[in-house]
Write a protein that binds this ligand. Structure first.
Ligand code: ALA
Length: 427
């Protein structure tokens, strides 16, 4: 490949608009970005798997455990009141982040996977019976496939799929027919975690609603990058994970319209989700507590609030533009490599892409670039049906966070050249 494409100075000047966001000062706030990996600068290009955490989030975790550690909603002592208040404030922050109508519509769960499992279990129990249909798409992450397969098996329902176009967009030409009289719910990803397709989610929701069908949106790969407005989208359920949104692991959010959540049975039984328990039966608590049995991940919930405030205090549109520039730059860089094939060419991609390198296994690529300090994800990305659609066993994925810069892409280009050098004559 042309050595100019490896030169970070030329990359910088080509996409000068990226500089309108002060990436340097943002990077300063992420301590992990300053460590070296195998003696090399870290180029972290795996934010779709999990994002790195800013210092304010780390401080929030430390502060909770060192200053206010106590259980929530249980004690009347000072610390428990402080912890409960911080926990409740975090819910209000989530409400603001999603523009939900009410804070009680925002349920803390373990992550997107648990949120979808909760709906598959509780909505399934209440509303899905034999021969009913559940509609998803062929581009879903396993966590938006397997819970529905389990439900279909349990209740004798049928799982149907929105197909794909060869470019990796959803084929929506038959959506109206796919949304049948028997369809009880449509569950669809906002953004593909494997190839980055940004779906026309509003149009899909509106169409489903014309037939009275509720829609769950898997927002795991959208919430870190887009301003989400659940009222404008009018979705019935929306899910995202803290750890992909600059917060800690172990917590995520299930948004649901109150009228739906009120109709669903509880997910788990235990403390906090009840008002009264006798030996024979129980009376369940109000929203949101009905779905939050047991001691929650208190520190993580509070630090998620910190992470969302961190994001909301930044210029989200500038971040989006910055990540878009990085994506275009990466596409351009990869297209200069012989044998590299970017998977799909959707109309709109968000913050990530996947590629294959002729004759080289994605795991080999990830191992070799790792030696150069570059972190990529390799494999099927928990989207095996999508990999089958593109007839590949797996791919290498580059995904961005707000802290990435042109230097990361130049470092990736250099590392990929090492891969080609090592495999020269063998492919
Ligand atoms: N769902 C995460 C990813 O796509 C783990 O990498």
């Amino acid at each position: 490949m042309n050595s100019e494409t490896l030169n970070s100075t030329s990359l910088n000047s080509k996409f000068a608009t990226s500089q309108s966001m002060d990436t340097a000062s943002i990077r300063q706030q992420f301590p992990i970005l300053h460590r070296t990996i195998r003696g090399k600068r870290l180029a972290y290009l795996d934010s779709a798997a999990t994002t790195q955490k800013p210092q304010v989030v780390l401080n929030s975790l430390q502060q909770y455990y060192s200053q206010i550690n106590a259980n929530v909603h249980r004690g009347i002592h000072f610390l428990s009141e402080q912890a409960s208040q911080a926990y409740a404030e975090s819910r209000t922050t989530v409400q603001k982040f999603l523009n939900a109508k009410e804070a009680r519509e925002c349920i803390f769960v373990r992550g997107t996977t648990e949120a979808i499992n909760l709906i598959a279990r509780c909505f399934g129990e209440a509303f899905v019976g034999p021969n009913d249909e559940i509609l998803i798409s062929e581009m879903e992450h396993h966590s938006n496939i397997v819970p529905w397969q389990m439900l279909a098996k349990r209740n004798g329902a049928k799982l149907k799929f929105i197909p794909l176009n060869p470019n990796g967009d959803l084929d929506l030409s038959n959506l109206e027919e796919l949304l049948s009289e028997r369809t009880k719910i449509l569950a669809i990803t906002h953004v593909s975690n494997a190839i980055g397709t940004l779906n026309p989610i509003k149009m899909i929701i509106d169409l489903a609603h014309t037939k009275g069908i509720p829609v769950l949106v898997d927002g795991a790969q959208a919430a870190p990058h887009l301003k989400i407005d659940v009222q404008a989208l009018d979705c019935d359920f929306y899910t995202f994970s803290s750890h992909k949104t600059y917060g800690p692991t172990g917590v995520g959010v299930l948004y649901g319209k109150a009228h739906w959540l009120e109709k669903l049975p509880p997910y788990q039984g235990g403390g906090d989700m009840i008002l009264k328990v006798t030996m024979q039966e129980s009376e369940y608590n109000q929203l949101p507590h009905k779905f939050e049995a047991g001691t929650p991940s208190i520190a993580a919930v509070i630090a998620l609030g910190t992470a969302l405030n961190f994001l909301m205090n930044l210029d989200r549109e500038a971040i989006r533009q910055h990540e878009e520039n990085l994506l275009q730059l990466t596409e351009k860089m990869l297209s200069n490599f012989p044998g590299i094939q970017i998977i799909g060419s959707p109309k709109q991609r968000l913050a990530l892409l996947s590629f294959t390198m002729k004759g080289i296994h994605p795991h080999d690529i990830a191992s070799i670039v790792d030696q150069e300090g570059v972190a990529l994800r390799a494999g099927h990305h928990c989207a095996m049906p999508l990999m089958d659609f593109f007839a590949v066993n797996g791919s290498s994925r580059v995904s961005f966070g707000l802290y990435n810069n042109e230097e990361d892409i130049a470092q990736l280009a250099h590392a990929l050249q090492q891969v080609q050098t090592l495999f020269k004559g063998r492919i």
